[in-house]
Write a protein that binds this ligand. Structure first.
Ligand SMILES: NC(=O)c1ccc[n+]([C@@H]2O[C@H](COP(=O)([O-])OP(=O)(O)OC[C@H]3O[C@@H](n4cnc5c(N)ncnc54)[C@H](O)[C@@H]3O)[C@@H](O)[C@H]2O)c1
Length: 282
């Protein structure tokens, strides 16, 4: 899809970080934009910011883990604008370390937002986009979707990489006219390190829990990497370019991509995987 002007984009997780930057980028291209999120005051603020570019912009509170809410979001977008041409399944959360290994509540929360949010987006929007005969879906995965990690976040992002590639195959073999991109950011300067602001009680570590020194060091490392990460606006430029050039992979950190060579070589050569810790990810 080369000309985005007068078309419509829907972005989940649009009140903050990358989603907000995508919404601004699309409006600057002349697109109408539907922003959705669960954080009400920030969503209002983002809608006002994006609307300043002069296109039609609406906001809708939507928990992407709730299938019925995502159906309503799709009805609203198609109803208001007559079509949806770009869908960014972007909302995401990351869990805090938990001494009970990882609680069922944390798995359910993270998989609910990061994995089921994408599934609901596909289910609610894509059939109508196929009827339109054109459109582009951008799913926000992560480099965590390619690299090892024993956590709900890693599981959810590996799943997003897998189903996004599956969607790409299906859209191409069925000749739907729908393009698909898989965004795999490295570190980006957003509020993801404070994702626990939205976590339900069931996902929280026990109140008496004191993180170990290693956990504190890992948390500080991640926070510093995110604070020193790429600007969300720069990621939005890459997303825009991938849509208009119909490119599948969107990577923001080519140094991290290099690390995938050894991973794939070890699979092809049937060798045991390389061992590395989170501090190796720089
Ligand atoms: N920042 C990074 O370094 C990084 C790296 C790789 C991948 N990602 C991914 O990028 C995406 C965007 O995150 P970000 O970094 O901009 O963080 P962010 O916290 O700034 O933005 C995420 C947004 O998602 C919203 N959200 C949380 N739960 C939701 C729910 N249930 N329904 C709807 N919205 C919900 C939040 O309110 C927030 O506005 C996420 O999928 C994240 O996993 C981020």
């Amino acid at each position: 899809m080369q000309d985005l002007s007068d078309k419509t984009a829907v972005v989940t997780g649009a009140a903050s970080g990358m989603g907000r930057a995508f919404a601004n980028r699309f409006a600057r291209e002349g697109m109408n934009v539907v922003l959705s999120d669960i954080e009400a005051p920030k969503l209002d603020d983002a809608v006002a910011e994006v609307a300043a570019h002069g296109t039609r912009v609406i906001g809708q509170i939507t928990d992407v883990a709730d299938g019925a809410a995502v159906d309503q979001l799709a009805d609203l977008a198609f109803g208001e604008f007559g079509g949806v041409h770009v869908l960014c399944n972007n909302a995401g959360v990351a869990e805090a370390p938990n001494p009970d290994f990882i609680s069922v509540g944390a798995w359910e929360w993270v998989m609910g937002v990061n994995f089921w949010g994408v599934v609901h987006g596909h289910r609610a929007f894509i059939p109508r986009m196929i009827e339109q005969g054109e459109g582009h879906v951008v799913n926000t995965a992560s480099m965590a979707g390619h690299l090892p990690g024993h956590s709900p976040y890693t599981a959810s992002k590996w799943a997003v990489v897998g189903i996004t590639q599956g969607l790409y195959n299906t859209m191409a073999t069925d000749q739907t006219g729908i393009g698909v991109s898989c965004l795999c950011p490295g570190w980006v300067r957003t509020e993801i390190a404070e994702a626990s602001r939205n976590q339900p009680e069931s996902a929280a570590p026990p109140a008496l829990y004191e993180p170990t020194e290693e956990q504190q060091a890992a948390r500080a490392f991640v926070k510093a990497a995110i604070d020193g990460g790429m600007e969300p606006d720069a990621v939005a430029d890459l997303v825009h370019d991938a849509i208009v050039n119909n490119r599948f992979w969107i990577f923001t950190d080519l140094g991290m991509v290099e690390m995938l060579r050894e991973k794939h070589a070890s699979i092809v050569e049937n060798r045991n995987p390389q061992i590395f810790g989170i501090v190796d990810l720089d």
